[in-house]
Write a protein that binds this ligand. Structure first.
Ligand code: ADP
Ligand code: MG
Length: 715
């Protein structure tokens, strides 16, 4: 038995140092990697054309008979051409191969080949350069599909095919199936060997579909498996019990009464924190439902019981806003609190870190608020009690492992504003206790949503003025300045790139470049204060602008999606989304949630910038936004429109994809929600019986491979 993980590609004949490096550049090191280096497309060579019906733009399949004996012409030192002619029913064509004189014997006069290549025309001649060629015998016809691999420099299609073929020979004997037979049988799946063979060398459309189904199933199955096994470990640790959960002093300081849902959530949290076992809870609730106050209560409880708390936000803006909102309340409660972001000076950072670790209680900092980036590396606590992660749309297996590893002895609370479909919630948060805030604070109104196009521009300007004249504030969101240079902190930009890509090809919309747009708007709306924030601004400038906006000094804020997450400005009453067709449903929903946070009647206007060429999916998204106001319903719709692979790769788990730890290789092209559900169920059922996968080691190995995680995280 060989272990294909341990056999380097360089062990294959024809793969030397240079080729091995080329493979490494494509992320392929072992034979196992090679087998999972799936084709990016397939050529269908069954559509055979006559020479005269071909077009030089695309490759065609041709059935040609060799007419002349191949001749080798030596043109320069070390350079040769092999030439011969071949014909179909109507025309003749000249075929040339470069530096492949050894092919001379392959093409005897009168033999028939299926050629595949680009036919060029020169005057009245047809030319075919270095086409693929397969002998054509009526009885044994060559396979219909040919794999097309993504190439890196130094690799050819042919090379990869040959190497994969060789690897498959070994795999036949030594590749254990990561799914046990009972699962394969129950879910009607082929073996892994068959799947890999057919994905690389399909013998028919049906067999290719069978193979793909199996491999997609695996991706979902191991995604679910790795997620559940990475969470399982936290339970063994202990955390400080916080038994004093009287928050009445805090409640007195709030200008409002808690909603029923908030009360329930806070009492869930208090009950968890009173235990010696670490809390591991997620609070899910639509934007604006009031999650922050639940976090506040949790931090208060931790500090009240003598421990420290940290609140991590995904962006500087959000961390700063939390600090500004919460620190006055903390102050009244006699709780010390600091803000830790990249704009804090090094000296102050050091001071904060010292205060966090101070053994002396009077000098010790109780609460620190900051960005995830800063808090997740290098902050030590003298008396760790609670870690809260806010706006966790980007919750992946790695973050999860990090959290539980680093904060072995703290309670952990995660807050998510991304309503996710039930089927996914079960997998992603199945092992976390969940509190759902399904009730909005009183007095909230529906944010009426309209879809308009360029012809409404003038009326839209008028509407902006009307809102501002009435004391309201306006957000205008444009797609990123330059898509290719997205900022990390910007949530869901990957999603925009996705739709963007498909739209650029199909619809080529004019993009509102945010900078230019802000300038033009300032001219059109002379006398109003317009400001601009984008992802590439310095954090300090961005924060200053955001603060001015939230204090009402700025009336109209043009931005890229940096405002998407969490920002709270109660007087904002109009959200305009330019090129709305480029945003995904969950982004649009998040953006709409920025307005309607106060008592003012609020609106969301989606501007379709595609000039009438709206794709079906985009149309469906925008209509959904106008008709649907419930985040969970929108999430279900999003899953339906995008399909599970895309949905997972780009919304709930963008971090997984970004960190490269999970590539939904084939699943990202899967539109079938059924198969995802089956795979999730299968994983759950299996782990119930064998949680550590000890009965089937290949399964454990596959789960680890998908997440490229070390064995000590999954155990
Ligand atoms: P999110 O869940 O999106 O984080 P926030 O916690 O930022 O929402 O709350 C949104 C707004 O609602 C804030 O201005 C907050 O003060 C307000 N709010 C929260 N809870 C209540 C409540 N029970 N009654 C009235 N307003 C509330
Ligand atoms: Mg929030």
């Amino acid at each position: 038995m060989h272990n294909l993980h341990e056999i380097p590609v360089s062990s294959l004949s024809g793969v030397g140092k240079v080729k091995a490096q080329a493979y490494a550049n494509a992320g392929v090191y072992s034979l196992y990697d090679l087998l999972y280096y799936f084709p990016r497309a397939y050529e269908d060579r069954t559509n055979i054309k006559l020479l005269r019906d071909t077009s030089p733009e695309c490759k065609s399949a041709l059935l040609l008979t060799v007419a002349t004996e191949p001749r080798v012409h030596n043109i320069k030192r070390g350079m040769s051409l092999l030439k011969f002619r071949a014909f179909d029913d109507e025309d003749t064509c000249e075929i040339t191969y470069f530096n492949q004189s050894y092919l001379k014997e392959k093409f005897p006069i009168g033999s028939v080949f299926r050629f595949y290549g680009r036919v060029e025309r020169q005057k009245n001649k047809y030319l075919l350069n270095s086409p693929a060629a397969e002998p054509w015998v009526e009885t044994i016809q060559p396979p219909p599909f040919f794999s097309v691999y993504k190439l890196t420099e130094g690799l050819s299609q042919k090379q990869i095919s040959q190497n994969v073929e060789a690897a498959l020979v070994l795999a036949k004997e030594s590749l254990p199936d990561p799914l046990p037979e009972e699962i394969r049988e129950k879910y009607n799946l082929c073996t892994i060997y068959y799947a890999l063979k057919e994905i690389h060398f399909p013998t028919s459309y049906a067999s290719l579909a069978t193979a793909k189904r199996r491999l997609v199933f695996d991706e979902f199955f191991f995604f679910a498996t790795a997620l559940s096994s990475s969470g399982a470990k936290t339970i063994k640790h202990t955390a400080p019990p916080c038994t004093d959960s009287d928050i009445s002093a805090l409640l007195k300081l709030l200008p409002y009464k808690l909603t029923g849902a908030q009360e329930r959530t806070i009492s869930d949290i208090a009950a968890d924190m009173a235990k010696r076992e670490p809390m591991s809870r997620i609070v899910i609730g639509d934007v604006g439902c009031g999650k922050t106050v639940c976090a506040l209560a949790a931090m208060y409880i931790a500090v009240k019981n003598g421990y420290q708390a940290a609140l991590m936000a995904p962006t500087e803006i959000l961390a700063t806003q939390h600090y500004h909102d919460l620190s006055p309340i903390f102050e009244k409660l006699g709780i010390s609190c600091a803000l830790l972001t990249s704009s804090v000076s090094a000296a102050n950072k050091r001071k904060i870190r010292e205060a966090m670790t101070s053994e002396e209680k009077s000098r010790r900092l109780d609460v620190v608020i900051g960005t995830q980036a800063l808090l997740s590396d290098g902050v030590e606590f003298a008396a760790p009690g609670l870690v809260i992660t806010d706006e966790q749309h980007r919750f992946g297996v790695n973050q999860r492992a990090l959290l539980s590893e680093r904060n072995k002895h703290t309670h952990v609370l995660v807050m998510s504003a991304t309503p996710i479909p039930r089927s996914l919630a079960l997998v992603m948060y199945g092992d976390l206790a969940m509190s759902k805030i399904d009730e909005m604070p009183p007095g909230r109104q529906r944010v009426d949503t309209y879809l308009v196009d360029e012809s409404y521009r003038e009326r839209l300007d008028g509407f902006i003025k009307k809102q501002v004249d009435g004391g309201g504030q306006v957000y205008i969101v444009c797609p990123a300045v330059e898509e290719s240079e997205l900022d990390e902190g910007e949530v869901d930009m990957s999603e925009i790139a996705l739709y963007g890509e498909s739209l650029v090809k199909k619809e080529k919309p004019k993009l509102k470049a945010a900078v230019k747009y802000a300038e033009e708007l300032a001219v059109r709306l002379d006398g109003y204060s317009v400001a601009f924030v984008h992802g590439k601004m310095k954090a300090a400038d961005k924060d200053a602008t955001m603060r001015d906006f939230s204090m009402g000094k700025i009336q109209i804020l043009v931005s890229t999606t940096v405002i998407e997450v969490g920002v709270n400005v109660p007087t904002a009453c109009l959200m305009i989304v330019e090129n709305a067709e480029r945003f995904g449903l969950s982004s649009l929903h998040q953006l709409r949630g920025r307005v309607g946070r106060g008592s003012r009647k609020s609106f969301c206007v989606l501007v379709n910038g595609s000039e009438g060429r709206l794709g079906d999916n985009a149309k469906q998204r925008l209509t959904t936004m106008c008709n649907c106001y419930n985040g969970f319903e929108i999430a279900e719709e999003d899953l339906k429109i995008r399909g599970p692979g895309d949905f997972l790769a780009l919304s709930g788990n963008s971090s997984i994809r970004q960190s490269g730890s999970l590539d939904f290789n084939l699943a990202s092209t899967c539109e079938d929600t059924e198969i995802m559900s089956s795979a999730f169920t299968a994983s759950r059922e299996y782990l119930k019986i064998d949680p550590t996968m000890k009965n089937h080691p290949p399964m454990k190995q596959a789960a680890e491979r998908i997440f490229k995680m070390s064995g000590d995280i999954i155990n």
